[in-house]
Every structure is written in C-alpha cells, then in structure tokens.
Design a protein around this ligand. Structure first.
Ligand SMILES: Nc1ncnc2c1ncn2[C@@H]1O[C@H](COP(=O)(O)OP(=O)(O)O)[C@@H](O)[C@H]1O
Ligand SMILES: [Mg+2]
Ligand SMILES: [Zn+2]
Length: 310
C-alpha cells in the first residue's frame, strides 16, 4: 500500500486539487485507508496543535491564524505560530518580522522569533523575500518535515499551523507526520467557497483530524453610511452555517470585513496585538471558543482511552 502512495501518479492526484485525500478514501475504502497513515509524532513540549486551513487562497487563513495565535498569547498562553505555506509565506509580513533571520541552537535546531507575545517561524525568515520561491513537491515535503522536527519551540501550550491552500504535499506530509488536536477551516461566504468547505471537512475526516469549526471570514461589514451590519456576499451568510450543520461541524465565528485589519496586517502589527483595539474582539472570542473545543476534544479522547482499557 505504501509504495502505491509514493507512486507519482497518485501523488499528482493529491497535489492537483482539494479532492485529493477524498479520492484516496474512495479509492481504498474501509480498513485499507488507514494503511496510508503511518505512526504520527507528537512534538516534544508542545501541548496542543491546531491547523488553520482552507481549500482556496485569499480567504484570510494567515490573517486568522496570526490573530488567533496572538489572541491566545494575550490570554497568557505560550503560543507558537508555524508558517507552513512554503510557496507563499506571509507570517513574516503579518508579524512584522520580515527583516529577521533565523538562528540555530548548538544542536542545530531553529530558534523561533519572538514578537507580539508569540514565537513564530517561517521559511520567509530563512531566505531572501525578494527571491521567488520555487519548490518541487518532494522538496516541499522535506522542508515541512524539517520545520516540524528541527524547531526548538521550548514549552508551548498551543502551536498554530498556517497551511497553504488546498491539499497538496504540505497537507499530506503534515497528515502523515504530526499528531494534531484539531483543524479550523476558513472560508468566505460565497457559494463557490462552500464547495471548498465540503472538501476541507472531507480531507480532515480522512486523516482523522477533528474539525474544531468553520470560520467564516469577511462575512459582514459595518456600513459607514448607515452604520448597520451588511452581509458581505448578499445573503449567503446563513449558507455556511447550513453547510456546516449538514457536515456535522460547527460554524464557530463570523468575522467582519474591516479594511483596518488588512492595513494592520500589512504594517506587521495585528489588531490583536494592539492594546484596546475593538477590532480584536472577534478574534479573542474565537480564541476562547477554540480553547473550549480543544479542551472538550481532549476530554473525549481520554474517556475513549479509559473505555478501551476497561
Ligand atoms: N477580515 C478581514 N478584513 C479585511 N481584510 C482581510 C480580512 N481577512 C483577510 N484580509 C485581507 O485579505 C487578504 C488575504 O488574506 P490572507 O490572510 O493572506 O489569506 P490566505 O492566507 O487565505 O491566502 C490580505 O490582504 C488580508 O489582509
Ligand atoms: Mg496564507
Ligand atoms: Zn448601508
């Protein structure tokens, strides 16, 4: 089975679309699907891992991942943010660390950069930003593994992973390598994006990572003329909730579209790092919700383990 997995043809199926991992399950249904998932590692001293994903680019994954991480940090948790978007790393810009390089320990482990109350690491801090990043599949997989295995996070309560869009090599490598507590799926309220939500949920089900929830980004905006909340995509806001419910997952946030969020991101100072900024509120709510859900998931897991023992 494993050799099949490594074969190029199957791999190209994965990297082409979000359907990849879904296809895998359909292809090798039942017991065999699990043969593809080798033993996964737990990162030493990292208590909880949450992956922020989406099947489409530009929906706000990195913005959500960054503000979630900084919010968790503001709640006095020890937090790491790992940029796994090897092709298009944006964490250095979002955190304002573009100028900083990565140092290594005596044991040749990467030392994350500390800023805005969290530790972060990105390939963008390792190579000149100006150079276009061109990686081939196997290389990407190697970089992801190295970032996972060779980073010295110290003690972390939460590690937030910012994933690239889709279900390419990064997602496959991650799913095979790392034990994760949960995933968040970020989407926008357009109809087209809803199909991506379905694929995303399917993918995480396949690799047995619980979906903590769907985050609807750029869901609404407050109109400067009439000061009321308008649905950004004209009345589809409810649809995300419906789709989520049908898939058996929760929509756990509806984040507004706010130009200042984009501006703050470009400046490298997330709204959540700005003391007293009201725009941070929805992200703090999200962070608290994520803590709740992951705690629940842990309890469930422990109960299951107990049952297995008895
Ligand atoms: N809630 C929001 N309000 C305004 N702009 C946003 C919001 N979320 C994201 N953006 C902007 O949208 C663009 C894409 O966001 P990004 O987080 O990079 O998406 P992704 O990681 O999914 O590709 C960025 O310019 C970002 O600043
Ligand atoms: Mg991104
Ligand atoms: Zn209006």
């Amino acid at each position: 089975m494993l050799s099949y997995f490594k074969s190029n043809s199957l791999k190209s199926v994965f990297s082409k679309s979000c359907l990849g991992l879904g296809l895998l399950v359909r292809h090798f249904h039942g017991d065999h699907a699990k043969d593809f998932l080798p033993e996964k590692i737990e990162l030493p001293n990292v208590s909880r891992v949450i992956a922020v994903s989406s099947c489409k680019g530009g929906v706000g994954k990195s913005t959500v991942a960054t503000n979630l991480a900084v919010s968790l940090g503001q709640l006095n948790l020890r937090v790491g943010l790992l940029d796994l978007d090897i092709y298009g790393p944006s964490i250095p810009m979002l955190l304002g660390t573009s100028e900083k390089g990565i140092n290594v320990t005596d044991e040749n482990k990467f030392i994350p950069i500390k800023k805005h109350g969290i530790s972060s690491i990105s390939i963008g801090n390792m190579i000149e930003q100006s150079k276009g990043l061109i990686w081939r599949g196997p290389l990407v997989s190697g970089v992801v593994k190295q970032l996972l295995n060779d980073t010295d996070w110290g003690e972390l309560d939460y590690l937030v992973l910012d994933l690239p869009p889709g279900t390419g090599d990064t997602q496959i490598t991650l799913a095979q390598t790392l034990k994760m507590d949960a995933s968040l799926i970020v989407t926008t309220p357009q109809r087209l994006a809803l199909a991506d939500v379905i694929r995303g949920v399917e993918m995480f089900k396949t690799v047995e990572v619980p979906v903590a929830g769907i985050v609807e980004n750029m869901s609404w905006f407050r109109c400067p003329n009439c000061n009321t909340k308008h649905n950004f995509m004209g009345g589809h806001a409810q649809s995300v909730k419906d789709v989520a419910a049908k898939l058996g997952v929760k929509q756990i946030a509806q984040l507004p579209f706010v130009p200042e969020i984009a501006v703050s991101s470009d400046r490298g100072v997330p709204v959540t790092a700005q003391l007293g900024n009201q725009l941070a509120q929805p992200y703090f709510s999200l962070a608290n919700r994520v803590i709740e859900i992951i705690t629940e998931l842990r309890l469930e897991k422990e109960k299951e383990k107990e049952k297995e023992k008895n």
